[in-house]
Design a protein around this ligand. Structure first.
Ligand code: NAD
Length: 248
């Protein structure tokens, strides 16, 4: 990997969704730059591969209140928390007219709920360390995704939550930003291609896909590291679109 320096030397971070895709790339990037990282995910097998590389891991659902509290509390017992990266996320397609309330709220519960819970638990520690948060918005936060309305609604809410939290903590020394990725090659993005609900008009997707194709997760991991590092010190409440320019 490119030598990006040691911007996170002596820093301690938590990355949710750390076993796969963008979260995993962020774990590896922060660790390569000197951070002590806790990778959190529901996928125990995928976490094992990171553990073999010397990364601290924790299996559990960050959408569960008691689990989120325990994860943050236990990591804080070992020292400061300087960075929280909330990348855990789920996606499911459907026609709005055929979607039950429970199905619609599933993405909201997991994506928005876990982001809220982890932020709430980590904020007192981040206030002490002068730390910061990076959340996972999406191009759908601002521009929408057809047949993925529950997912897009969860991501729009994460963008609004991020900006609200940035205001609330602006004078208290905690920065809160989000990335809004698009066209990143991960299992989640792949599942949209393979798991699309029957009858969806695929042509509606073409305008959302980067003409240069799906990019590696580190294209986002590098931006997250910038936001979370001293290089992002003047960035707060930013929703940083990283999609190859397709929504420019
Ligand atoms: N890939 C893209 O193009 C893209 C675009 C916009 C936004 N995003 C967002 O980026 C984030 C990372 O997505 P990715 O593309 O790397 O997907 P991914 O599927 O590779 O990774 C998501 C990880 O989150 C974990 N996870 C899901 N629910 C969890 C829970 N309740 N508790 C703990 N872990 C949980 C999964 O096990 C998985 O390892 C997501 O929030 C996603 O919505 C991705």
């Amino acid at each position: 990997m490119t030598d990006h320096g040691q911007r996170f030397a002596g820093k301690r971070a938590i990355v949710t969704g750390g076993a796969s895709g963008i979260g995993r790339a962020t774990v590896l990037r922060l660790a390569a730059e000197g951070a002590e990282v806790l990778a959190v995910d529901m996928n125990a097998d995928a976490l094992d591969a990171l553990a073999a590389d010397g990364i601290a891991t924790r299996t559990g659902s960050v959408a569960d209140e008691a689990t989120a509290r325990a994860i943050v509390g236990d990591w804080a017992a070992g020292g400061a928390i300087d960075v929280l990266v909330n990348m855990a996320g789920v996606i499911r397609s459907g026609h709005v007219a055929e979607t039950s309330l429970d199905d619609f709220l599933w993405c909201v519960h997991v994506n928005l709920g876990s982001t809220f819970l982890m932020c709430r638990e980590a904020l007192p520690h981040l206030e002490r360390s002068g730390g910061n948060i990076v959340n996972a918005a999406s191009t759908s936060s601002q521009f929408g995704h057809p047949f993925l309305a529950g997912y897009a609604a969860s991501k729009g809410a994460i963008a609004a939550f991020t900006q609200s939290l940035a205001w609330e903590y602006m004078k208290r020394g905690v920065r809160v930003n989000a990335v809004a990725p698009g066209s990143i090659g991960t299992p989640l993005a792949q599942s949209v291609q393979t798991g699309m609900v029957a009858g969806a008009d695929w042509d509606l997707y073409t305008h959302m896909q980067a003409p240069n194709g799906f990019q590696e997760p580190d294209a986002i991991g590098g931006v997250i590291a910038m936001l979370a590092s001293r290089d992002g010190a003047h960035m707060n409440g930013a929703i940083v679109r990283v999609d190859g320019g397709v929504h420019a």
